[in-house]
Write a protein that binds this ligand. Structure first.
Ligand SMILES: Cc1ncc(C[n+]2csc(CCOP(=O)(O)OP(=O)(O)O)c2C)c(N)n1
Ligand code: SF4
Ligand SMILES: [Mg+2]
Length: 283
């Protein structure tokens, strides 16, 4: 049966004009296309979200989902993946929760090649809690918790994901829906850990939209060294540097579950009739 969309009836509480709407629309369009082209099954898609403006997307995409804690999207997704490796897991998480509390999980999921897509809505601020600095905030940003200006060197999540062993590493921007669609599709089709950073200006607390619009440029796929070189071109400060967007790197490597010596306990759990009925209802 043809799927029309992934809309839900939940009231949306993002600020009017928030770029999370663009991410939401792009993801719903990508999923609709992939399901209708029979590349993935609707009943196999699982969204995993945390606590953040980004995490509110949980309510707005009509798929199975697990609403986790702040910074625990990847940890929850790993459990889901081991429990049922046939599921198509898509994590949605803020930059603050992913790169502060959740950073170790990102490193482990990348090196273990957990089969999931990880979408990070990077607005370089803790937006839900009104704009404090995160690990990717640029030097000099003045927020409520740092009125004299941020002085910490920003983390570079693209080079971090590469060095940790992610098998798909991409950056896109919520200001460019066509580019987002392309990157989301490739990430979801990838077998293994697909890391996608979406530059998402927070129009209320941290609006870097003009800098992004002026400085982004598109790249082609690279080998590891080339990808790392490109990743280091922008250090997340707003100092005039150009921002490469696109798929930096992709490789094929066995996933964590594919390497488990004994797949029995994870795969062979018989589903109860009740669960089967629920799944059929969802179809
Ligand atoms: C364990 C834990 N730590 C901190 C918080 C407080 N908290 C909730 S949302 C949030 C900000 C989220 O920022 P980010 O992850 O960047 O996502 P955004 O809101 O910007 O989309 C914080 C600090 C929490 N709820 N739980
Ligand atoms: S605070 Fe920022 S990220 Fe959160 S909904 Fe508003 S504009 Fe969007
Ligand atoms: Mg944020």
């Amino acid at each position: 049966m043809e799927i029309k969309n992934f809309d839900t009836k939940k009231t949306n509480t993002w600020c009017p004009g928030c770029f999370n709407f663009a991410i939401l629309n792009s993801m719903k369009e990508t999923l609709t296309n992939l399901v209708n082209q029979k590349k993935i099954k609707k009943e196999n898609i699982v969204s995993v979200c945390g606590v953040s403006c980004a995490g509110k997307i949980f309510d707005y995409i009509n798929v199975n989902g697990f609403l986790s804690l702040h910074g625990r999207v990847i940890a929850s997704a790993i459990g889901i993946n081991i429990g049922n490796p046939n599921l198509k897991i898509i994590g949605f998480s803020g930059d603050g929760e992913t790169y502060s509390e959740g950073l170790n999980h990102l490193a482990q999921a990348a090196r273990k090649n957990i089969d999931m897509t990880m979408i990070v809505h990077d607005n370089q601020a803790f937006a839900l809690t009104t704009g404090q600095q995160t690990p990717t905030t640029e030097i000099g940003y003045r927020g409520k918790s740092n009125p004299s200006g941020t002085f910490d060197k920003p983390l570079n999540p693209i080079s971090f994901a590469l060095i940790c062993g992610a098998t798909f590493v991409a950056r896109t921007t919520a200001t460019n829906p066509k580019h987002m669609n392309k990157v989301f599709e490739e990430a979801i089709k990838h077998k293994g850990f697909a890391f996608v950073e979406v530059l998402q200006p927070c129009i209320t607390f941290h609006n870097n939209m003009d800098y992004f619009r002026k400085n982004i440029y598109e790249i082609k796929l690279n080998d590891f060294d080339g990808a790392m070189k490109l990743a280091l071109e922008w250090d997340y400060n707003l100092n005039g540097a150009k921002i490469p967007i696109g798929i930096f790197y992709k490789e094929s490597r066995k996933t964590f579950v594919e390497q488990l010596p004994n797949k029995g306990p994870f795969y062979n759990i018989k589903r109860s009739t009740k669960i089967n009925n629920l799944i059929n209802e969802f179809k």
